[in-house]
Design a binder for this molecule. Structure first.
Ligand code: GRF
Length: 220
């Protein structure tokens, strides 16, 4: 079976990259990571790529357009057919995003379209939402927007701080990103009128309540 060649762009810790590396260790996984690219030479993601034997490069970034040009050339040279943003902290040039439209996906640690941009977990806590989570989506030029592929939900606990909520969401990110890449690689995702249709997926039967009914006293 030919596996889909994917490239990962990462700026930091690289735990989502690691989750994808682990998933792709299974020969039955339909995608393989052929290149890791970073804008930062100190990104831990590069060490993770190194340990996994994946070719990696740091790209120059004097300005947005030249970074985009270098990234585009590196991706084509690597033969990447899908580009995965995993903690990539730069805003990408519009021309780049359009050139890779529907072959470029991102993960964001909120239930989009809520809490775009920086510190989404902090934004969620400040808003007092009962649930948050993460979203995998096709990238469009507007920041943290684009057709949604998958989301995972976590409860927000009353005593959460940013780090605790981020850790709970991150555990879901590590499940939902490899799953989304699998769906893409299996050719099951189609964008129709700005929304993603997944072939062969049935509606999930989920009902969530926070605070849980049993925890709420009924009388005064
Ligand atoms: C993740 O929370 C991801 O959703 C966000 O940046 C963080 C990257 O973490 N875009 P890591 O580098 O994958 O560990």
């Amino acid at each position: 079976m030919a596996r889909l060649p994917v490239a990962v762009l990462a700026s930091g810790r690289g735990s989502n990259l690691q989750a994808l590396i682990e998933a792709a260790r299974d020969p039955a996984y339909p995608a393989e990571i052929v290149r890791v690219l970073s804008d930062r030479s100190d990104a831990a993601a590069l060490e993770r790529a190194d340990r996994a034997g994946i070719a990696h490069r740091v790209l120059p970034h004097p300005d947005r357009a030249s970074f985009a040009g270098a990234a585009d050339a590196a991706l084509r040279e690597a033969g990447a057919e899908l580009v995965i943003l995993a903690g990539f902290m730069r805003i990408l040039d519009t021309g780049f995003v359009e050139a890779w439209q529907d072959r470029l996906i991102n993960i964001h640690p909120s239930l989009l379209p809520a809490f775009r941009g920086l510190h989404p977990q902090r934004q969620a806590l400040a808003a007092g939402v009962r649930f948050s989570g993460c979203t995998v989506h096709f990238v469009r030029p507007e920041l943290d927007s684009g057709p949604i592929i998958a989301q995972a939900v976590v409860p927000v606990h009353p005593d959460d701080d940013e780090a605790r909520l981020a850790a709970r969401i991150l555990a879901e990110e590590h499940r939902v990103y490899p799953m989304s890449v699998r769906l893409y690689a299996e050719g099951r995702l189609r964008v129709v009128d700005g929304r993603v249709v997944i072939a062969g997926a049935s509606a999930p039967d989920v009902a969530l309540l926070n605070p849980a009914e049993g925890l709420v006293s009924t009388g005064v």
